[in-house]
Design a protein around this ligand. Structure first.
Ligand SMILES: [Zn+2]
Length: 245
């Protein structure tokens, strides 16, 4: 066997090995809010996947009265009681929505997405969505209406299942912080470039990452430009891939 053939065989085998069953094609849905006359409005969504709370972002939102939709997991809720208290003390600013019980991708076949193992079965997707809602119910927050799965990628069959449970699925149109891995400057640039109707995604659970500083800078730039911030429960979000209709 020639070297390059060997190489391709090795790739094929390793792909097969990490993807038991057949890997489904996944979708990463988008979400927009309806544009509005005036200087424009955007929806800020922040994921709290696990870990801690980025106080730089949380205090900037409170000080500048910037409303946000926070997608929280059961794991994050368990370890961030003080942050939840601050959010609950400002119901006019914070809407808490469902990011799953254990931060497991809502994909009903076994595969890995960005290195994270998918739920792997319809039952496990169901458990992830319902345990996320149950964790939120314990906080006394209103029942969540939106779901965003870990990695924000889904199998189409999982999307149908989650819709049947009554949740809309929150895609986005501006990837603000690249999974919290971007530098402060690039994060600020991306967020500041958001336009009327955009839904921004970033993270509020990585206090040690440089991206958090960029989130604050980007938001303040948008505010200075006169854009209004709305939460998902105050806007008619329209998503593709059957996520909202
Ligand atoms: Zn997440």
């Amino acid at each position: 066997m020639r070297p390059f053939q060997k190489y391709f065989c090795a790739i094929a085998i390793s792909l097969w090995a990490v993807s038991p069953g057949h890997a489904q094609l996944l979708v990463a849905p988008t979400l927009h809010i309806r544009a509005e006359a005036g200087s424009g409005r955007v929806a800020l969504t922040l994921d709290a996947c696990g870990g801690r709370t980025d106080a730089r972002i949380l205090s900037a939102l409170v000080e500048n009265k910037i409303p946000a939709t926070i997608f929280v997991t059961g794991i994050w809720l368990k370890h961030n009681a003080a942050a939840v208290e601050i959010m609950r003390a400002h119901p006019e600013l914070f809407e808490l929505e469902n990011h799953g019980g254990r931060h497991i991708p809502a994909v009903d076949t076994p595969q890995k997405i960005y290195g994270i193992r998918s739920a792997g079965s319809p039952e496990a997707v169901l458990a992830e969505v319902e345990s996320g809602a149950a964790a939120l119910a314990v906080t006394g927050e209103p029942a969540p209406k939106w779901f965003r799965g870990a990695t924000a990628e889904y199998s189409p069959s999982a999307i149908a299942m989650i819709r049947k449970l009554g949740f809309k699925i929150a895609g986005f149109s501006v990837n603000g912080d690249g999974g919290s891995l971007l530098g402060a400057k690039e994060t600020a640039r991306r967020i500041a470039a958001a336009e009327d109707g955009d839904v921004i995604i970033a993270h509020i659970n990585q206090p040690t990452h440089a991206a958090g500083e960029g989130v604050v800078q980007g938001l303040l730039a948008l505010k200075a430009k006169g854009l209004t911030f709305v939460r998902l429960d105050d806007a008619d979000g329209v998503g593709d891939e059957g996520t909202t209709d």
